[in-house]
Every structure is written in C-alpha cells, then in structure tokens.
Design a protein around this ligand. Structure first.
Ligand code: DHB
Ligand code: FE
Length: 283
C-alpha cells in the first residue's frame, strides 16, 4: 500500500525562485535563506519519495475571479510552469501520478469533500518554489525526482477554508492515499506563509514570535493550531499569512505524534518570513 512517511511545511516566496534561476543564491542577502535548506536537500535525497502530494495555492494564474474553487485536485498528466510575467520559470514540467490522483479524487469526493477536478492546469510559484528549495537546481530538460499530485486551495478570495476544514481534509487525504494499492513512499507538502502582507497600510508586516509558535504547534499540538481563526491570521500575520491554513492539510495527514527532524526560520525574504519544517511519521 502507499504510505505517507513525512510532511514538509515550506514558504513559497517567488523571489527565492528568481534567486535560484538567476544564480544569486550565494549573495549576502540570500545565503542565510538557502543555508537553512541544505539539510532539507540531503533529507530529500535520502527520503527519495515516489510521490509528493503538494498542497499549494494559485495566485490568479490558473484561476481568476471568474472561477474560485475552494479545493481543486490536479488530475492532468502534467502541469506546465506558468508565465507569471517574466516568462515561465526554467524548471521541468511537473509530472503527475495520474492513476493515483484519480483514486484520490474518487476517495475524497465519496468521503464527502467536494473537490474540483482539474484536467488542465498550469502551476505558479506556489508549487514550483517549494519543489526548487527542497530539490535544489533541476534543469528544465531534466525531470523532477518525484511525481507530484497538486492540491490547490483558495486563499486569495475570502472566505478561504478554515484551518479545521483543512486539517480534516488532511485526514481524508491520508485515507485516500493509504487505500491505494501500489507500494509508494509519499511525502506531503503544506506550503505558503509565513507572516506577510503585500498590500496597503500594513504592507511589510512580519510577526516572528507568532510564526515560531505556529511551528511549535505544528509539531506538538496540531489540533490547537487547526483552531486558529481567520481573524487571528489576519491580525497577527498580515493578509497573506492566511496561506498558512494549507499547512493544516499536511499536518492532518500525519500521525498525532511526529518527529521534527528539521526546522528553518529566516526573516525576511522579499516581503515574507520564510518558515520551514520537516516532520516524520513515527512508525
Ligand atoms: C511574496 C510572497 C508571496 O507569498 C507571494 O505569493 C508573492 C510575493 C513576496 O514576499 O514578495
Ligand atoms: Fe503567496
């Protein structure tokens, strides 16, 4: 059977992708950001997942105001990196495990999570930057080392789903994955965050104390973390901090008790607090 062996929480700051794509990762500004991912890249090599179930958000790339699904699952054979204004990032096309994605769609919907099925979708920095930071440079003509099943969550247009809904979806994702018959090592990513606000009077807001407590809760008390309200995210972490609801899908898919094997927190990268955690399922 397929097994979820670990979860990864990770910010998706687009400028991190640009720093990699333009060879600037050793700059004084960027070096401390990337140093914190060295251990993660070694861990990824050892962990060597067959499939990454990647929970992320789209930023008006695949969707615009004309259609806003709360949860959508990538069921296409592949997903091209989108052009976000400077041309598509020079990274490989993302390949799906299509049979497993179909199984997950069926399992989630029959488990009463009404998922939108995406048979054609481009992916933006929300998905490609976490892959880049975890794998390092992968040339566009190469392949990502794992297949990727994307689950896209609306955090752009209010109301996004609650942390509780995301946490429970994570549990349903686990049931879906662990009822798939192929022997596969699956790692689940929850992406976005941490504190940041890109607009208006509070633009530039970062709340390290709150973020670090959130990382603690991810390891020790995921249920308490899942109860954090939208208003608290907005007040404490800025308007874009709401991206963190996606981490609860990842955390809900893991055991209650996990082992934290790595953590990295750095301020700032672009306008954002970078947060990262690796949690292994205790067996
Ligand atoms: C930034 C952060 C984001 O999460 C995003 O989607 C776009 C920009 C930033 O910090 O610049
Ligand atoms: Fe974002």
């Amino acid at each position: 059977m397929a097994r979820i062996t670990a979860g990864v929480g990770c910010s998706h700051v687009p400028a991190i992708g640009v720093a990699m794509d333009t060879g600037n990762t050793n700059d004084v500004y960027w070096k401390p950001v990337f140093n914190g991912f060295e251990k993660s890249r070694e861990w990824m090599k050892k962990q060597n997942p067959d499939v990454i179930f990647l929970v992320y958000n789209d930023h008006c790339t695949a969707f615009d105001a004309s259609c806003i699904p709360t949860f959508s699952l990538g069921c296409a054979a592949e997903f091209k990196p989108a052009d976000e204004g400077w041309g598509p990032r020079p990274v490989p096309v993302v390949k799906n495990h299509q049979k497993m994605a179909s199984h997950i769609a069926q399992s989630l919907i029959l488990d009463e999570f009404d998922i939108t099925i995406m048979n054609d979708m481009e992916v933006d920095h929300g998905l490609t930057v976490p892959l880049s930071v975890m794998y390092g440079d992968v040339k566009p003509e190469e392949e990502w080392p794992a297949l990727v099943i994307p689950l896209c969550v609306n955090v752009v247009q209010y109301p996004p789903p609650t942390g509780n809904r995301c946490y429970n979806l994570g549990k349903a994702v686990r049931r879906a994955i662990e009822s798939y018959e192929e022997d596969l090592n699956v790692v689940i990513f929850g992406t976005g965050g941490m504190s940041h606000q890109l607009q208006y009077k509070r633009a530039g807001l970062i709340n390290s104390k709150w973020d670090k407590n959130f990382l603690d809760l991810m390891t020790r008390d995921p249920l308490a973390a899942s109860k954090i309200s939208h208003l608290e995210y907005l007040r404490e972490t800025g308007s874009e901090g709401i991206e963190m609801v996606m981490w609860h899908v990842m955390r809900g898919a893991l055991n209650d008790e996990v082992t934290e094997v790595h953590r990295h927190y750095h301020v700032p990268a672009s306008n954002t607090a970078v947060g990262h955690i690796i949690l292994e399922n205790n067996t």
